[in-house]
Design a protein around this ligand. Structure first.
Ligand SMILES: [Zn+2]
Length: 460
């Protein structure tokens, strides 16, 4: 009855008194009934900052912009949350499942390994399949990305991955689903080396090894750079290549039965115009139907990323770099196409721009600031320079420098980094991210980070 009276009063105020009434906009959780299997979740959204906001009767802090983010604990089973502002009331039911006990033997993980009676040979199904150093289907444990039809000897399985026998006591792992099984029962012929050759373009040197079939390989990032090649009979061949400069990107791949090791040439950096002749691809994350993270104030990450990227595009172009964007407008571009574009443009540097969010279980009021990610070690100094410039000049919180396996930084041949400028679901960061001055300063700091890095490797 009371709520009916409130509604009538509210309608009266809107119609006759002209009072501005704010809706209570809950951005997350995204529906009134959800299953969340974490010890906590959070309410993120916006309301009139002058109204009192409560969750289950407890008053919640609201940022002057109206944004709020409140962590709430979850019990096993049904959790009911009533969120109210002066004129609104919403009820959320969140179910947290009991944790199923996992029966892995953790004392010695290899107790979970099932060895086959007999080794078997399988073929890789698709290009870009990860060959891993540990039986974990994620993270930075990739030894290489194998192409379709590479032949592998496997001798057992664990956690859904086959153990690949590269050479004696040298193993790798591959997802069971990534290979064709039982294709060969007989011992296959060993691959033969037909010819070795060397060519070069303006951007890269190509070391080519022509074989009779595709066999597994990986590249050891060191100086000399070492290409390891493993034959079906368990023999290993190594091709060391002396580097006369810091690595600025490499790739190994099959063209037919020819294994190509492409090494990018050193960057030509001029003292007074460090960006001259440097090709940079800027990648504004997400776009189109893929909105990315949604902020407290319901801004989309894809729009914030594009704005910062466009300022960065202007800044780097003005200073003389050849700059390309994976998208200039609000459109969907697949991760693969972003990487392909960067490789087609022979990018020296690839910068992906994002804004951060958090999974359930974290506290969006406690996480703030900028983090920068890289995958290959040669990209780390660039990532570090960009992070330092942002936190020192724009004064965001330093949220860290990380080596992570993001597809865009992993597959591009350029020096590649991914910048998480700030957190969209933190009210304080949210207000910065939608501020034009912040976006411009952030772009400027990234550009300065690139320039500082280039100066550090300057040779001319
Ligand atoms: Zn993103």
């Amino acid at each position: 009855m009371k709520s009916l009276c409130n509604k009538i009063l509210l309608a009266f105020l809107i119609l006759f008194a002209g009072i501005k009434v704010y809706a209570l906009d809950v951005v997350y959780p995204t529906s009134y009934n959800m299953n969340i299997n974490a010890p906590s979740t959070f309410f993120v959204g916006n309301t009139n900052p002058e109204e009192i906001l409560t969750i289950n009767g407890v008053k919640i802090d609201v940022h002057p912009s109206g944004a709020f983010a409140q962590k709430v604990p979850l019990n096993i089973g049904k959790n009911v949350f009533t969120i109210t502002s002066d004129w609104n009331k919403k009820v959320y039911t969140i179910n947290r499942k009991a944790i199923l006990s996992v029966s892995y033997n953790n004392s010695n993980p290899m107790n979970n390994f099932k060895k086959f009676d007999k080794e078997k040979f399988v073929y890789v199904k698709k290009d870009g399949t990860a060959l891993r150093s540990t039986p974990v289907e994620q993270g930075i444990n990739r030894l290489s990305h194998l192409e379709k039809d590479v032949i592998l000897k496997v001798d057992g399985e664990m956690y859904g991955l086959y153990r690949v026998v590269l050479s004696e006591n040298n193993y790798a792992w591959i997802n069971k689903k990534a290979v064709y099984e039982n294709v060969i029962n007989e011992e296959p012929e060993t691959a033969k080396l037909i010819a070795k050759s060397f060519t070069q373009s303006n951007h890269s040197k190509f070391y080519k090894i022509k074989l009779t079939q595709r066999i597994p390989y990986y590249v050891e990032e060191s100086n000399p750079l070492v290409l390891h090649l493993f034959n079906t009979d368990g023999s290993e061949t190594v091709f060391p290549i002396n580097l006369k400069h810091n690595l600025s990107g490499y790739d190994a791949y099959y063209e037919g039965d020819c294994l190509v090791l492409e090494i990018k040439k050193k960057l030509n950096v001029y003292r007074f115009r460090p960006l001259r002749d440097i090709t940079i691809v800027i990648d504004p994350g997400h776009g189109g139907n893929e909105k990315g993270a949604v902020s407290c104030l319901r801004n989309y990450e894809k729009d914030i990323n594009l704005k910062i990227a466009l300022y960065l595009y202007k800044e780097l172009s003005r200073k003389g770099a050849n700059v390309y964007m994976t998208r200039f407008t609000d459109e969907f571009v697949s991760l693969n196409d972003r990487v392909k574009f960067s490789n087609e443009k022979n990018a020296d540097i690839f910068i992906s721009i994002h804004a951060n969010s958090l999974p359930d279980g974290k506290d969006p009021m406690k996480e703030r600031g900028t983090s920068v990610y890289y995958y290959y070690n040669e990209s780390k100094p660039l990532a570090e320079s960009i992070l330092n410039n942002i936190v020192n000049k724009v004064h965001t919180n330093n949220d860290g420098l990380y080596q992570r396996s993001f597809a865009v930084v992993r597959n591009s041949r350029a020096l590649s980094v991914l910048v998480e400028t700030a957190y969209v679901i933190n009210p304080y960061d949210n207000i910065l991210l939608i501020n034009e001055k912040f976006q411009k300063n952030c772009a400027k700091a990234i550009s300065n980070g690139v320039i500082e890095y280039l100066k550090s490797i300057q040779i001319n």
